[in-house]
Design a protein around this ligand. Structure first.
Ligand code: COA
Length: 715
């Protein structure tokens, strides 16, 4: 008997609390009970093994069911414990399930992820409730499945499906899982536990037991599978060149096709061990928890307890307004879009329809889904029509008087307790709040363009905003599929304010001799999908032009950015005008370096007598990012962000900062706060006031500490 050959290693810990054993109708029920998500914490794997052995030794038991208590089956390894010693690996506990002489049925509901799904794949049968979400998201954490997942899933679902699931890390619904052969049956209408017992009784005497490990290797590839593998190889080389995990996952799936199970598992284990201690995985794990931490509001109720909004309104059907409306509809929340004039409303509704139509054309949305989403968006022309909505987001252009008037009208019509939000990216929240008689209900909900795509929602707290309003706004944004972080009200709030210095330095380095191509290449090599100048050509050089003019007029010390100003004045506004930092030929989106830009740069340098020199890649990277790190420290010391990691979340989800670098501040710690401070101080001496080192940065550097250990502020 395979099972008796295995020895249970490690002491059984917490079994009473985290894994329970019961017998019902001749079926042993092994239940994992480790809230909130049934992660495989210390003792859980041991508990599962102990229970499988007990059931095999129990003469009353004919079959076994593995299930999860609470909302989920098992959401995977305990991420906090990755990198530390585990007495028992998932590979071992999964092997124990597979080796059982009595049939084991995994009964999945909620999330069955990572090591959770790996345990299920090792069971002889798998059933699921319709709400089950299955996945192997390890690659997102810079690791690969290491409990036999790459080997078993490839044998069960085939290499193409297996690679898709492993490389995307996506959640697969119950129906799709059944189509892929991962799930044997979906249980609808009956309680999963009861159905699992019935299913287990039905297979109790069936032999031989289907064990994924016994499926023959040397799987013959279909043409479609060979093409899928080839596409995966190419995509990894192109898109994941900074990451090791995707390439290792592919290697393991390929091994599942050609090598015996045990060899494949040994390869998986070796690759996992290397990845687990890699800098890339540490940064990705940090990002996972930073995102969850950002959702917490010190001093306010947990956002999880805030009510779900059932209806929303957006004021303004411009680019931002329509993007926000689509985000609501995408999340299934009915939304009214208000524009007072018919023409503006029609234009906005057409923009929404066109944007969805492009997705249908590309195949990322079905016509039925598009119709369902459009049905949730209603265009209206009066404030009375939105009075009953749970939340309203104002998204008109940035003029204080117009915003004040809108908030006055909202105050007059909106039902008591409605969330009054502004998408302003710069105007003090208090100005809008003070235009109402309920400033406690007013907050910023700053979305990033395009709002239906970008994941960040910066929730901005004014001086009178109630903590519950912040909590409700965060919950709303999370329900919209956004990732949130809170900022205090200040010029540019936390996200844009911390990014402006980087944008300034990138323009000023041009005057000293760097080129847009060189700067873009440095940032792409660092891990950004595109360089900042290429991105600026997409967003439009004119977007920040007016703001710069205003700042220059208001502040005589403001350092003008002559190069972008002149390009805008020449009509070079980016891709939309066929030229910006680069030239674009005949509607083509490929950027081509342009001599005109070089001439403008040379002209500015000559006019202002700026000495020319060459830059190393490292100097470019440091000059761009240190400027922002220093500003972020000032934001934190002024109490305009709760925690250092919130800044990282903003950069990851608002500006596409490479996730495997953890975030701006996490990355700065890899350089060292002291080194950053020293360089900032040197540049302060050379370039003057804009490089004034922040107090917090100085203090952390002097103490030899890390930025991410800095205490969070209360807003
Ligand atoms: N290990 C440790 N903690 C975990 C965890 C895991 N695998 N999965 C979730 N948690 C924690 C979260 O940190 C959070 O803790 P907090 O309340 O102290 O902040 C709590 O569980 C709830 O998670 P949250 O993400 O806020 O809930 P959700 O309902 O939005 O999402 C999941 C649930 C399971 C989809 C999501 O948590 C997730 O993707 N987890 C990781 C799954 C994974 O990668 N597994 C493979 C690990 S190798």
């Amino acid at each position: 008997m395979r099972l008796h050959k295995q020895r249970l290693e490690g002491k059984l810990m917490n079994q009473a609390q985290t894994v329970t054993y019961a017998v019902e109708d001749g079926v042993a029920l092994i239940a994992v009970n480790n809230p909130p998500v049934n992660a495989l914490a210390a003792g859980v794997r041991e508990g599962i093994m102990e229970c499988v052995m007990r059931a095999n030794a129990d003469a009353e038991v004919d079959a076994i069911v593995l299930l999860g208590e609470g909302k989920n089956f098992i959401a995977g390894a305990d991420i906090r414990r990755l990198g530390s010693v585990r007495p028992v690996s998932t590979r071992k506990s999964a092997a124990t399930l597979e080796a059982s002489d009595k049939p084991v049925v995994a009964a999945m509901h909620g999330y069955a992820l990572g090591g959770g799904l790996e345990h299920a794949l090792a069971c002889h049968y798998r059933i699921a409730s319709p709400d089950a979400r299955l996945g192997l998201p390890e690659v997102k954490l810079g690791i690969i499945p290491a409990g036999g997942g790459t080997q078993r899933l490839t044998r069960i679902a085939g290499p193409a499906a297996s690679l898709d699931v492993i490389l995307s890390g996506r959640h697969v619904g119950a129906e799709e899982a059944q189509r892929l052969g991962i799930v044997d049956a979906i249980v609808d209408g009956t309680d999963l536990r009861t159905a699992a017992i019935r299913f287990a009784r039905g297979v109790a005497s069936r032999r031989p037991l289907p064990r994924a490990r016994d499926s023959a290797q040397g799987i013959e590839l279909t043409e479609a599978e060979a093409t899928a593998l080839d596409a995966a190889r190419k995509s990894i080389t192109k898109k994941s060149r900074h990451l090791k995990a995707p390439a290792y996952a592919l290697e393991c799936v390929e091994a599942a096709l050609t090598r015996p199970f045990d060899e494949g598992v040994a390869l998986e284990e070796a690759r996992f061990a290397e990845l687990e201690s890699s800098e890339e995985s540490k940064a990705l794990r940090y990002a996972f928890f930073a995102e969850r931490e950002a959702a917490k509001i010190p001093g306010a109720e947990s956002t999880g307890k805030a009510p779900r909004i059932r209806s929303a309104a957006v004021i303004g059907a411009g680019t931002m307004g329509s993007g926000i409306a689509m985000s609501y509809a995408d999340a299934g929340i009915p939304v009214k879009v208000l524009e007072v004039t018919r023409e503006a409303l029609d234009r906005g509704m057409l923009r929404i329809r066109d944007t969805y139509a492009v997705r249908v054309k590309r195949g990322s949305l079905s016509q039925g889904e598009m119709d369902a989403r459009l049905a949730l968006i209603e265009g209206v022309q009066s404030y009375e029509a939105i009075a009953d909505c749970d939340a309203v987001v104002e998204a008109v252009f940035e003029r204080i008087d117009i915003k004040q008037e809108i908030f006055g009208r909202l105050d007059a019509v909106m039902k008591p307790g409605a969330l009054l939000l502004t998408n302003s990216s710069a105007i003090d929240i208090d100005i809008m709040a003070n235009a109402t008689s309920r400033p406690q209900d007013v907050a910023g909900a700053h979305f990033f363009a395009p709002a239906n795509v970008m994941k960040l929602c910066e929730v901005v707290r004014g001086s009178k905003t109630a903590p519950e309003t912040v909590a409700n706004a965060m919950k709303m944004a999370r329900d919209m599929g956004k990732v949130c972080a809170v900022a205090g009200s200040c010029d540019g709030f936390a996200a844009n304010r911390s990014r402006v210095p980087m944008m300034t330095e990138m323009m000023l380095m041009l005057e000293e001799g760097a080129t847009p191509e060189q700067i873009d290449k440095v940032m792409v090599d660092f891990g950004y999908p595109m360089g900042p100048f290429a991105v600026n050509d997409i967003s439009g050089l004119d977007v920040s032009y007016e703001g710069r003019k205003r700042r220059a007029a208001a502040n005589p010390e403001y350092r003008k950015l002559h190069v972008p100003d002149r390009l805008v004045e020449m009509g070079r506004k980016g891709q939309k005008t066929g030229a910006g930092w680069y030239a674009y030929h005949d509607g083509d989106r490929t950027p081509h370096p342009d001599d005109v830009v070089k001439q403008v740069i040379a002209q500015v340098a000559a006019e202002f007598g700026i000495p020319q020199r060459t830059f190393t890649d490292e100097e470019i990277l440091h000059r761009l990012l240190f400027a922002s790190v220093n500003e972020a420290c000032k934001i934190l010391e002024e109490g305009k962000a709760y925690r250092v990691s919130d800044i990282d979340v903003m950069w990851l989800y608002g500006f596409g900062f490479p996730r495997h670098r953890g975030g701006l501040m996490y990355w700065a710690d890899t350089v060292g706060a002291q080194a950053v401070w020293q360089q900032v101080t040197e540049w302060h001496e050379r370039y003057g006031k804009r490089w004034q080192p922040g107090r917090l940065l100085g203090e952390i550097a002097a103490a030899g500490g890390a930025l991410r250990e800095a205490k969070g502020a209360s807003l």
